[in-house]
Design a protein around this ligand. Structure first.
Ligand SMILES: [Zn+2]
Length: 377
């Protein structure tokens, strides 16, 4: 009897890396290489870093993120934002982001950043956006020169604690033919409901533009409800607390509340970030992460990295953790990847092309490779 390679679990890590992956929730200021943080600090005279070599700095970032202290977690972004206050620094970070994602087997990524965080030394928001777009273009070209391919869409983020979401939304629309594919709001959730920025979302809807909202991570159902029903979000950043509206009885039977049912019925994508959710306490562990149940219930689940530096993670690492925790094989990975691609803020025809020309043939090839390994055993 032959073994179905799409059901084998855990999937060998080298095959996870080789398989095409799609990433929708990744912060540019959360994904710097430790050595780059050091280089940019030296170039710009930034002297606040807590370590002076790449290994200990990398360790410091993930320890701070795992500390359970919000203060220490926020300090990590103080450093990555502190060293990215020039056009050249922003371009370098974007170029390396494209290269790192491609090396990890990501074929399409939406990377987000908040222009307002990079104005400390006098850069204008347009210069910031253009520097990041130029860096991504260089990275994509370098990846292509190396024989691989990646496509990157930019999301402009507004900080929910600030009051300029509308002007950032206008910039997202202004740059949408130039590589910006959508908009997001991020930052402290409790006390800053998404409806605070309703004018920005109403503007985006009038402009037929796409947006996601960080909701249902630190704060529960009201935040998710506002994001969807008041603001009209296309996707939910995290959305993991939708679990608060799902009841599992002792006999295992599951009941969805009205909001959870709506999210599932409307196929609203959840940008889940397993490691990050464990770090912030939105989930207790990977093994008990709601992604297992949400996938079984057929929610439009996607897997994401959030902050690769702080979480010491990558798309392949997240997939590896899930494959081990839930017994997921290539079939599940392909399902998650197609889910993510269907949920991307790219035109329908472009999404289909990536699904049919890269994702499906890519997984067919990985399945064949795994089959061969099994036969050779
Ligand atoms: Zn995030």
């Amino acid at each position: 009897m032959s073994i179905d390679p799409s059901l084998v679990s855990p999937v060998p890590l080298d095959l996870i890396i080789a398989a095409p992956k799609v990433l929708l929730h990744d912060h540019l200021d959360g994904g710097l290489r430790p050595q780059t943080v050091l280089d940019l600090a030296a170039e710009s005279g930034y002297t606040d870093l807590p370590a002076s070599d790449a290994d200990s700095l990398g360790r410091w970032f993930s320890e701070a993120a795992y500390s359970g202290s919000l203060e220490r977690y926020l300090e990590t972004f103080k450093h990555t934002v502190g060293v990215t206050q020039s056009v050249s620094a922003l371009a370098r970070v974007a170029r390396e982001c494209a290269e790192d994602l491609a090396a990890d087997g990501v074929v399409y990524a939406e990377v987000r950043f908040a222009p307002e965080l990079h104005v400390e030394k006098g850069l204008h928001e347009r210069e910031i956006i253009e520097a990041v777009l130029a860096g991504f273009a260089q990275g994509v070209a370098a990846v292509a020169a190396g024989g691989r391919s990646i496509r990157i869409g930019v999301l402009l983020t507004a900080m929910r604690t600030a009051a300029n979401a509308r002007s950032i939304a206008e910039l997202a629309v202004e740059y949408r033919e130039l590589g910006v594919v959508g908009f997001d709001i991020a930052g402290a959730e409790a006390g800053f409901p998404p409806t605070r920025h309703l004018d920005a979302f109403e503007y985006l809807r009038r402009e037929n533009a796409h947006f996601t909202i960080h909701a249902g991570e630190a704060f529960g159902l009201p935040s998710i409800w506002e994001a969807i029903q008041w603001c009209g979000a296309d996707r939910l950043g995290h959305g993991v607390r939708i679990m608060d509206d799902i009841t599992v009885a002792p006999d295992g039977s599951v009941t969805l509340g009205k909001l959870a049912a709506y999210v599932r019925d409307r196929r609203i994508p959840l940008e889940l970030c397993p490691t990050s959710n464990v770090q912030t306490g939105a989930a207790a562990s990977i093994a008990t992460h709601p992604i297992g149940l949400l996938r079984t219930l057929g929610f439009r689940v996607t897997v994401n990295t959030d902050n690769r530096l702080m979480s010491g993670t990558s798309m392949s690492h997240e997939m590896d953790l899930l494959s081990q925790a839930f017994g997921w094989g290539l079939k599940d990975m392909e399902w998650l990847t197609v889910n993510a691609m269907k949920s991307a803020f790219l035109g329908f025809d472009e999404r289909l092309e990536i699904i049919n020309k890269q994702i499906k043939p890519g997984y067919a090839q990985i399945r064949a490779e795994l089959s061969q390994r099994i036969d050779n055993q």
